[in-house]
Design a protein around this ligand. Structure first.
Ligand code: DX5
Ligand code: ZN
Length: 227
């Protein structure tokens, strides 16, 4: 919370026929993370990337991999992603059944030397994070309903970022707050960073920009200026 702004471009918006070219572009642009959107066609309607993609990505880049699991029953597949080379794993509160499963996710992820993160859809009460906030390294606040890139930012999502920042101030000042969905340098990057966001996910905001390589720095500056 209120550290340097980090950028995590979503590889889902890259050119699937040219992943390596696009990854080298992100490296040249100085990206902090690569965000991998895993969707199972069940927890969300869309089907995207999975374990083989993460393990092959791991082999060709040293950039930390920020894996966002939008899947049902994440504990069943968690170990695969931990072993595939994820550096950060975000799991949805909606997909974990009760406190026991949330704690199991955190513990198993930590034991694997990976950073555990919890995430939640835009209509899930942020207060539900409070019992776990001291135990995770990141909270991912969704500013769209997960499922597709290119959606519009849901107005008011910055208030949810502010609520997480307030909790983090009391309980875990080192927590990173990540925001995902409809983030661009024009307006929304500033809105969420003013409320305490540290990590900006951007699919369209990077890959659909006129100059995607430059877009990484532009987004980071837009966020930093709003602080
Ligand atoms: C949405 C995904 C996002 C998405 C971001 O379900 O979790 O990461 O790909 O794309 P943009 O930045 O285009 O909203
Ligand atoms: Zn995502």
């Amino acid at each position: 919370m209120f550290g340097d702004i980090k950028i995590s471009p979503s590889i889902l918006s890259a050119d699937f026929m040219n992943f390596e070219r696009d990854i080298r572009m992100l490296e040249r642009g100085g990206t902090d993370f690569i965000h991998v959107d895993v969707m199972d066609g069940h927890f969300v309607p869309n089907l995207t990337l999975g374990v083989p993609f993460v393990s092959q990505l791991r082999k060709i880049t040293d950039i930390p991999l920020d894996v966002h699991l939008m899947i049902s029953n994440p504990l069943e597949q968690l170990d695969w992603y931990l072993k595939a080379g994820a550096d950060w794993v975000s799991v949805h509160m909606e997909a974990l059944h009760g406190e026991g499963e949330v704690r199991e996710f955190i513990q198993r992820t930590r034991e694997a030397g990976v950073h555990p993160a919890l995430t939640l859809k835009p209509d899930y009460p942020v207060e539900e994070l409070e019992p776990y906030i001291a135990e995770v390294d990141m909270v991912l606040v969704m500013s769209v309903f997960p499922g597709f890139s290119g959606q519009s930012y849901i107005e008011g999502s910055e208030d949810r970022v502010g609520k997480v920042a307030e909790m983090a101030k009391r309980l875990n000042p080192d927590l990173l707050i990540e925001v995902d969905g409809g983030i661009s340098a024009g307006r929304t990057a500033g809105l969420v960073c003013a409320q305490g966001a540290d990590v900006l996910v951007a699919g369209s905001g990077v890959f659909k920009a006129e100059d995607p390589e430059a877009a990484i720095g532009i987004l980071r500056n837009a966020g930093a200026e709003a602080r």
